[in-house]
Ligand binder design. Structure first.
Ligand code: FAD
Length: 280
């Protein structure tokens, strides 16, 4: 980030690995990315007991790096007692940032829990812990897939800010205009917190297409068509992805984005190739 000294800088997101091999790999990824002095690392949180324990274990491992670590916490499917316990534990560990989400219930899993939406989780965290935590929430430049309309989704985003969020991180997108439009709309509603673009490197077309369908992120036709022509040629996919995503990041920074949050998928190389191009 040589020429781009942004107050929020860059941050990197990991998921909790399910195996020892995955944990070892993540340790290496953590160490490679820590050298770039990110503002924070974050660790995602799954719905369901086993994956939730893995988040806490992974938070402990990631915070050994001495980089500020922000656990994600989602309210759907959890009761207040479970959430309270986690807040106490994270405070004891010296954690002071969280990413607060509603989450998604895996099909077949029971009721929604006591808190239905992320704004209620932010309120709960503030009630329980005052201003101890810096709280980030999710934002959707291309609209959350379950939202009744773009305007309603924006109102719901505003509820989270009103409840006490300090920062927003967006779902990933490939259209810089969608981001700039969203930020303008949010500012028109009086929202002043930084809205940091979430960046997804492109390394595997099949996985990206599946993810994007599920979370409502649009892969522009020209990108899809180009990726389709590469078939299984992962080198060409990586080279094209690097170019497209680097250009997107540069446009976002040049247009005033207050930092970049990378969805690393626990891999350092694709993200580092992009970060190292920025400001060239
Ligand atoms: P909300 O803000 O609650 O919004 C969910 C939907 O409900 C939206 O359509 C919104 O318009 C609507 N809505 C919101 N509030 C209200 C209200 N009060 N009344 C009526 N409607 C309302 N998922 C995980 O399981 N674990 C993770 O670690 C995780 N990390 C993420 C990190 C980022 C940066 C992002 C962008 C997403 C992440 N997700 C994660 C995915 C997220 O949980 C899903 O996108 C989920 O469907 C919505 O979560 P949310 O916090 O945005 O929900």
């Amino acid at each position: 980030m040589s020429k781009h000294e942004h107050p929020l800088g860059i941050s990197f997101e990991f998921f909790p690995p399910a195996t020892e091999v995955g944990r070892d790999k993540l340790r290496h990824t953590r160490d490679a990315l820590a050298k770039r002095q990110p503002r924070f690392f974050s660790v995602t949180y799954g719905a369901g007991g086993a994956t939730q324990l893995r988040t806490a274990d992974t938070v402990a491992m990631i915070s050994e790096s001495r980089i500020n670590t922000a656990p994600h916490l989602s309210c759907i499917g959890s009761d207040k007692g479970e959430l309270r316990e986690l807040l106490v534990r994270y405070r004891e560990w010296g954690i002071d940032s969280l990413v607060a989400l509603r989450g998604d219930l895996p099909s077949g899993m029971g009721g929604a829990g006591e808190l239905r939406y992320a704004n209620e989780l932010v309120e709960f965290i503030r009630e329980e812990t005052g201003n101890h935590f810096e709280i980030a929430v999710a934002a959707y430049p291309e609209t959350h897939p379950q939202a009744a309309s773009a305007a309603k989704d924006l109102d719901n985003f505003a509820r989270k800010v009103k409840a006490g969020a300090n920062l927003a991180i967006t779902q990933y997108f490939f259209s810089a205009d969608a981001y700039f439009h969203f930020v303008e709309q949010a500012q028109a509603l009086g929202i002043e917190i930084p809205i940091v673009p979430g960046i997804m490197p492109i390394t595997n077309y099949t996985k990206l297409a599946r993810f994007s369908d599920a979370c409502g992120a649009e892969i522009p036709r020209w990108i899809r068509k180009q990726l389709e022509t590469y078939g299984d040629d992962s080198e060409s996919i990586a080279a094209f992805g690097e170019e497209v995503v680097t250009r997107l990041c540069q446009r976002l920074l040049d247009g005033g984005a207050p930092g970049l949050h990378f969805y690393t998928l626990n891999q350092s190389a694709p993200v580092l190739r992009i970060v190292d191009h920025l400001g060239e």
